[in-house]
Write a protein of this length. Structure first.
Lengths: 203, 423
């Protein structure tokens, strides 16, 4: 049983031409591949065009395939609350290029945390995001982006190496002295850290 | 107040004394009060009973008014999505228990639906009805925890006891069915782990008939209670436009007046054939969220009774031997059954190349599972669409401008579960 493409695909092709790379149906859902440079423009049009009205960003995530040659994919799951139809928009980002696309936080405020999670887990940057920080991992996490396929399941470092790195990292760049300066903790500060703390942030 | 002493507390003191000990800013100094000039930073959590798990909120206060809220999440991050890439579809099911551990059965069902959509499997009618029962029981237990803990946050202890007493009864039924109270691992791709035991349906029916009386009593205590109204009415208002823009789902978006419910809008498991209503709020404040969740428990009870009425006889697993394990007695006596048993356990069920997104209406909203397959028995990508995580992102918008004590009520009204927020 083959499901036809969503009518939105023809409308997108008429409006954006070559920016719509290809479209396919998988398990009954239409997937549209869009050039990464046009993603913001396309999503803004899909959201506001009266005939489309995909006003609800269900989810934003990314996919990396086991085949290392295949590009990373950004996945936008759209839903129209009024029309009750879904559309999946994807953008392919070649791994040798800049892993960066424009943010959609200006279209949907909910995209804020979703884009932070994609940055945290995949290392894809969102240009124009107001606060692109890691969200699930801590801010000075130094092992990379965990959902990338080159990231080993158990992490890059052993538990003891992780502890060592966490202790020898320049914590004062990320935490204020107040957070580090309980009497008990001060006794266990690594060599050199007291001097760095004495010098203040950035020393 | 003249003569009072102000308390100044400086963040980021950067000096140590000669012995290497950090110098502390004295907490109390003699000075004139300087009301209204300084903002104070307060840290709430990650270990705090009112944050409903390991949520940390950094709050900037002007007096007692919240100027800014910065949520910090991730303390419970377990890498479920990464782990899923190394597991077969059935092996992922125990991970979903630990995702939203207050409604494990909705998670089990959601995962099975996504895997079955990917593989093109149609489950049996008895399985569909039993899954509806599982989903609605999960919704009720989760809302019971929400009502109890929210009431405690706002100062009403009795509600907590009544709600947890009811939850205990549902958990006993869940335990009789699945063998576990929280980590149920109920579903399998193509069916269920177990059928309901003898006499179980009558037990559940009896509970469904008694339960609305408890809801009546709780509503009699809360709905017109001056303290409850004062703490909830007009607190944390979110407009319908904002709720859509923040991608909220579940009771959060419905309290703001948007009738978005996956059970109605993208029906699964035959929800379109059940008679139930989707409660909608008017103002989008904490009180509307309370009303919506209380009514949802009544509607879920209605769905449970309808499901029990129509529960057909028959198998719970699909007849396909590549998907469902053969009975143990056959696996031990029949060569072919043993081969299928071996292949399923050792290799798992291979999914065709493609991808599928399937969502259930969990207690917190649209709980979606997204699978990408490259044709092997383990997914290339397993994504949980986490309603609690996405709902929590709207907390600063709701809380800013309210009192610090209202922040606790608003956070309770979001009904987060940190297992799902952090995954």
């Amino acid at each position: 049983v083959s499901t036809p493409l969503s009518p939105s695909v023809a409308a997108l092709r008429a409006r954006f031409g070559a920016a719509v790379v290809r479209a396919e149906v998988s398990c009954g859902d239409t997937i549209v591949y869009v050039a990464p440079g046009s993603i913001h423009e396309v999503l803004a049009w899909l959201k506001d065009e009266p005939a489309e009205r995909y006003d609800y960003l269900t989810d934003l995530t990314a996919v990396e395939y086991r085949d290392r040659e295949r590009p990373l994919e950004l996945v936008y799951q759209l839903w129209s609350i009024g029309r009750k139809v879904a559309l999946r928009v994807k953008a392919e980002l070649p791994k040798d290029g800049a892993l960066e696309v424009g943010t959609v936080t200006d279209l949907w405020r909910g995209a804020d945390w979703m884009e932070r999670e994609v940055w945290d887990m995949f290392g894809i940057r969102f240009a124009g995001h107001p606060d692109l920080r890691r969200i699930l991992m801590w801010e000075n996490y130094s092992e990379g982006h965990p959902l990338r396929k080159d990231f080993p399941l158990r992490g890059r470092f052993s538990r003891s190496e992780q502890t060592h790195r966490a202790l020898s990292d320049a914590l004062e760049k990320h935490y204020s002295l107040d957070e580090l300066s309980t009497d008990e903790a001060a006794r266990y500060l690594p060599e050199g850290m007291r001097e760095r703390l004495a010098g203040g942030p950035g020393a | 107040v003249s003569g009072a002493r102000t308390v100044t507390y400086e963040l980021g003191t950067t000096t140590v004394d000669a012995s290497g000990q950090p110098t502390r800013t004295p907490l109390i100094v003699d000075a004139e009060p300087q009301a209204g000039t300084d903002h104070m930073l307060v840290n709430i959590g990650p270990q705090h009973p009112a944050t409903h798990g390991v949520l940390r909120l950094v709050v900037e206060l002007e007096g007692e008014v919240v100027v800014k809220v910065i949520p910090h999440v991730g303390y419970l991050h377990s890498g479920f999505e990464k782990l899923g890439e190394y597991r077969t579809y059935n092996q992922i099911i125990p991970l979903t228990d630990r995702n939203d551990y207050l409604a494990a059965m909705s998670n089990n069902v959601g995962l099975a639906l996504a895997a079955e959509k990917l593989m093109g499997i149609e489950v049996t009618e008895r399985c569909r009805v039993l899954r509806v029962i599982a989903c609605e029981m999960a919704r009720i237990t989760s809302h019971l925890v929400w009502a109890g803990t929210t009431a405690i946050d706002i100062g009403a202890f009795t509600v907590f006891l009544w709600m947890f007493q009811e939850r205990e009864r549902v958990n006993n039924l869940i335990e009789a069915w699945t063998g576990a109270r929280l980590t149920t691992s109920l579903t399998r791709v193509g069916g269920l782990m177990a059928d309901i035991p003898d006499g179980w349906a009558a037990e559940l029916r009896g509970w469904c008939e008694r339960f609305p009386k408890t809801l009546d009593e709780v509503e009699a205590m809360l709905s017109n209670n001056g303290i409850w109204l004062g703490r909830n009415v007009d607190i944390g208002i979110l407009s319908a436009e904002d709720a859509i823009s923040f991608s909220l789902s579940g009771p959060m978006i419905r309290a703001s007046g948007v009738p978005y419910d996956v059970r109605k809008d993208r029906p699964y498991l035959g929800y379109e054939t059940y008679d139930f209503e989707v409660p909608i709020g008017e103002k989008g404040d904490c009180y509307d969220r309370y009303l919506v969740r209380m009514d949802e428990m009544r509607q879920s009870t209605r769905i449970l009774l309808q499901a029990l009425d129509r529960l057909p006889d028959g198998p719970i697993n699909v007849a396909d031997p590549r998907v469902s394990l053969p009975p143990k007695s056959r696996a031990m006596s029949d060569m072919e059954a043993m081969i299928f048993h071996f292949k399923q356990v050792m290799e798992g069920i291979a999914a065709p190349v493609g991808e599928a997104y399937a969502a259930v209406e969990g207690p917190r909203g649209e709980l979606g599972y997204y699978f990408v397959s490259d044709g092997t028995a383990k997914p290339v990508r397993w994504r949980i669409r986490p309603p609690a995580f996405i709902n929590l992102a709207a907390l600063p918008k709701m809380a800013e401008g309210h009192l610090l004590s209202d922040l606790i009520a608003i956070n309770a009204s979001v009904d987060i579960v940190m297992g799902e927020v952090d995954r």
